[in-house]
Design a protein around this ligand. Structure first.
Ligand code: ADP
Ligand code: ASP
Ligand code: MG
Length: 442
């Protein structure tokens, strides 16, 4: 089988009819065989989330009103996307089926599995609309249902081998097809139900497919020209980074750079498939290449992750005893809650988590070990780069820049690529701006 490439287009890249036309152009600009992964139209997944929330509260009227408004949006989209009445009618029929499904769901008893079905509608609709549009343009392609090959295991983790085992026979049975279109985000869980790879998960789909099918490159097309040195939603002046190592990109994604799903790098890294971040609105821009080599030494970028909870356990009696940390970690393990940062002193240990689902239970089980203090609304700010610990003056520059900020925790030396700080979220904007000036002169 010929080597293929993956091209993933995010919500804004398919969110308007003219953008979809542009995507059609981009995917046909060379003859390389490709698998195109699409997100839902921008805004749709948020809307589907709000339908589920309304149904959870038992507010069927609110759910129906949201569905009706979304339906109108899709009708307008179809009218603008397609010109020929035959294709318009075809698209209307397809979309009608999805809205019929949503309408039925509001009438039956709601549960989490149904909620996942609701969330899947966005990617199902965007890919089908795109497929009709390609048909209208006479572009040969095949729509591959992601639910036939994309899966997560009993721990809700995707496995490249399992995906490969299902995907490759499908691709091989269509040797002559040069263009495949599939849904990002959606998958089947170990029980065979429709599930998803969490918000922003289409990037993960792209990387998993690129790894499973041993693709030449995994292109992530979005609304910005690559990974920037700082969060462009928070600070004014930022610049794109030319090259990142897999490790650097993974740290930035995990610590809040929204351009990439938090865990989407590992599949590409595992199979050594380069990842490119490119701008649909500016296809000629170089973007960012993510590969084995970091390209340069030093600080590359800053990312911030909100919604962090700091938990401090103070215990003058027990901290120095061996086995103490293990007992603490076991509590987090029991509730499957990962710890992001950790610092210790003679009398206390502080950890951070980003999942508050079992906070009450965790605190209750930690209390026998000492006094437990919880701080909500914290932000982890990560400074990421290659061999950052070796970079001259990094710590002095960092602390010099952050004089006015009440830094609560510092993690340095855990990895060669990262220095992390914990700050109250109210100081995030100030911190990112000060570091932008102090570390990048921007
Ligand atoms: P898509 O819908 O294509 O998946 P996302 O909205 O998920 O796009 O990701 C792109 C957005 O990520 C950008 O518009 C930008 O606001 C945001 N972003 C956050 N941090 C960064 C960063 N360091 N570099 C680039 N973009 C970032
Ligand atoms: N549509 C999904 C979301 O909005 C997945 C994605 O866009 O990556 O989270
Ligand atoms: Mg995204």
């Amino acid at each position: 089988m010929k080597q293929m490439k993956v091209m993933k287009f995010g919500g804004t890249s398919v969110g308007k009819p003219e953008r979809m036309h542009q995507v059609a152009q981009l995917i046909t600009s060379d003859s390389e065989p490709k698998i195109v992964v699409l997100s839902a139209l921008s805004g749709t997944t948020n809307t589907l989330v709000s339908i589920g929330e309304a149904l959870l509260k038992g507010d069927k009227d609110a759910a129906n009103a949201i569905i009706e408004k979304l339906d109108i949006h899709y009708q307008q989209f179809i009218n603008e996307l397609l010109t020929n009445d035959v294709y318009r009618q075809k698209a209307r029929n397809i979309i009608a089926e999805h809205f019929e499904f949503l309408n039925i769901i509001t009438r039956i008893s709601f549960n989490e599995a149904l909620n996942k079905d609701i969330l899947a509608q966005g990617e199902l609709m965007s890919t089908k609309l795109f497929s009709v549009s390609l048909e209208e343009k006479g572009i040969k392609h095949l729509l591959l249902p992601a639910l036939d090959f994309m899966s997560i295991d009993a721990n809700d983790e995707p496995q490249v081998n399992a995906i490969r085992a299902k995907l490759m026979p499908i691709l091989r049975s269509h040797e002559d097809t040069k263009l495949f279109i599939t849904q990002g985000y959606i998958c089947r869980n170990a029980r065979g139900e429709v599930d998803n790879l969490k918000r922003g998960g289409s990037d993960y789909t792209a990387s998993l497919i690129a790894a499973a099918a041993n693709c030449s490159v995994c292109e992530i097309w979005t609304d910005i020209d690559g990974m920037h040195n700082n969060d462009p939603r928070v600070v004014n002046k930022t610049m794109p980074i030319e090259q990142l190592s897999f490790e650097e990109a993974a740290e930035l994604a995990y610590f809040g750079a929204k351009i990439l799903h938090p865990t989407c790098i590992w599949p590409a890294q595992q199979e050594k498939v380069p990842v490119k971040l490119l701008n649909t609105m500016q296809p000629e821009a170089a973007g960012t290449t993510i590969m084995q080599e970091a390209g340069s030494v030093g600080v590359k970028a800053i990312a911030a992750k909100d919604g962090i909870i700091a938990i401090k356990i103070k215990s003058s009696r027990m901290l120095l005893a061996y086995g103490f940390l293990r007992k603490i970690f076991e509590v987090f393990e029991k509730y499957r809650t990962p710890i992001d940062m950790i610092t210790t002193s003679e009398v206390a240990v502080s950890v951070t988590i980003d999942n508050a689902s079992f906070l009450k239970e965790i605190v209750k089980e930690l209390e026998p070990f000492g006094t437990v203090e919880v701080d909500l609304d914290q932000t982890i700010v990560s400074i990421v780069g290659n061999d950052i610990a070796q970079t001259q003056d990094i710590l002095s520059k960092l602390f010099e820049s952050l004089k006015p900020v009440p830094v609560r925790m510092v993690s340095y030396g855990g990895s060669k690529h990262n220095v992390s700080l914990l700050i109250p979220s109210a100081h995030k904007q100030q911190t990112l701006q000060l570091l932008n000036t102090g570390l990048f002169g921007l």
